[in-house]
Write a protein that binds this ligand. Structure first.
Ligand code: SF4
Ligand code: SF4
Length: 373
């Protein structure tokens, strides 16, 4: 139903088309290739190949790109937060249908079936193609700005054998291709991940960290606050797009905007699938979200959440056991959990050395009130 509604609104949604050609490597978008900097599209290391359509579809003749607005910059998030990009249905499922709908309308059903589609997960640097094709402009926060919505857009592309007519959304001539440079996104970043124009240290970026499997980094667990998935601080801070009407289903319902971290930790697999399976946030699996939920409740939960965190001390996943211990330590710092002694004793006997090491680090960093082992 969602896809049908979006297909019906294609004329109101920004999309562009043209011949498929390699585009220049944009210094704002490819990220840094040294080991300290992580690419958001890590599938291909060679910059030139990430900017060449042949990498995804050898012999491609045409390219279509779509940018679909999401989120609501007027919404004030609650203490437990889910990225606006995950309020609505999973865009990885919706955008391919939209792209094939556009291709079908422009080049026919056969071309649409044969098109190769990329939405996020693929080798091409979508933002560089979008700028080159006139879909939007670059932002200091490394996002693509699409008028009138600013940086809160989902991007996707489709490559076709046939060459479509050239269609642009914005005209670059006479317009500043870079944003106003107010710097609010740089100031808003809670971890210093966004350091300069277009430069994001993904290892410090909470959006990346909340999607990564395994143990949470010590330095970022506290700044994560109540985040379950994603960050959004640099996009919330951006004034570009405020006041624009946000169409479509990606706005989400009130329930989508205030996710229940407690249910995430207590629900069985069946109920989890019913609530989360259709969301972009679920792409990394249940354990990543549960790990984040333990951390979020430790940072922003109430006194009643301690018992729930404690249940995860014996979870089969060491990353979740560690998140449970750290969450309780956070609660203790906030005065909501009064006895870390048995928690630390339990952690020191953990079979995984990383959990045991975390307990020692927590104990060194924050000597807890009360008797310690
Ligand atoms: S998503 Fe958050 S952590 Fe990442 S660059 Fe933006 S403000 Fe910084
Ligand atoms: S917050 Fe300001 S500097 Fe950052 S992307 Fe938006 S307009 Fe540009």
């Amino acid at each position: 139903m969602v896809q049908r509604a979006l297909l019906a609104s294609l004329d109101r949604i920004p999309w562009v088309s043209g011949p498929a050609r390699p585009v220049e490597v944009d210094p704002l978008f490819p990220g840094r290739s040294s080991s300290r900097w992580v690419r958001y599209t890590p599938f291909v290391e060679d910059d030139r190949r990430r900017h060449d359509p042949d990498t995804l579809f050898a012999g491609a003749g045409g390219i279509f790109m779509v940018a679909v607005p999401y989120g609501d910059p007027g919404h004030v998030p609650g203490p437990i937060r889910l990225s606006q990009s995950s309020w609505g249905p999973d865009y990885h499922r919706v955008l391919p249908a939209m792209l094939r709908g556009i291709v079908a309308r422009e080049l026919g059903e056969t071309a649409a079936r044969q098109a190769v589609v990329q939405v996020d997960a693929g080798p091409l640097e979508e933002r560089a193609f979008a700028v080159a094709m006139g879909l939007g402009y670059r932002g200091v926060n490394a996002g693509l700005r699409v008028p009138p919505w600013g940086v809160r857009v989902f991007l996707g592309l489709a490559l076709t054998r046939a060459v479509p007519r050239v269609r642009r959304w914005v005209e670059g001539e006479g317009l500043d291709p870079v944003c106003v440079g107010c710097g609010r996104c740089l100031d808003a970043c809670p971890t210093g991940a966004l350091r300069a124009e277009g430069v994001v240290n993904a290892r410090r970026c909470l959006s990346y960290v909340t999607q990564k499997r395994g143990f949470l980094p010590d330095l970022l667990a506290l700044p994560m606050g109540g985040r379950l998935y994603g960050c959004d601080r640099c996009t919330w801070a951006c004034p570009d797009g405020h006041g624009a009407a946000y169409p479509g289903p990606f706005i989400g319902t009130a329930r989508d905007r205030c996710p229940d971290a407690r249910t995430l930790l207590s629900a069985d697999a069946f109920h989890y699938a019913g609530t989360w399976a259709g969301k972009a946030a679920a792409w990394r699996g249940r354990r990543v979200l549960q790990r984040n939920a333990l951390n979020a409740l430790g940072n922003a939960g109430s006194v009643d959440d301690g018992a729930l965190l404690r249940q995860y001390l014996c979870h089969p996943s060491p990353a979740l056991r560690a998140a449970s211990i750290r969450g309780l330590a956070f609660m203790s710092r906030r005065g909501l959990w009064d006895n870390m002694t048995p928690i630390y004793a339990h952690g020191r006997a953990d079979p995984d050395h990383r959990v045991r090491a975390l307990v020692e680090r927590l104990h060194r960093a924050w000597p807890m009130p009360g008797p310690e082992v």
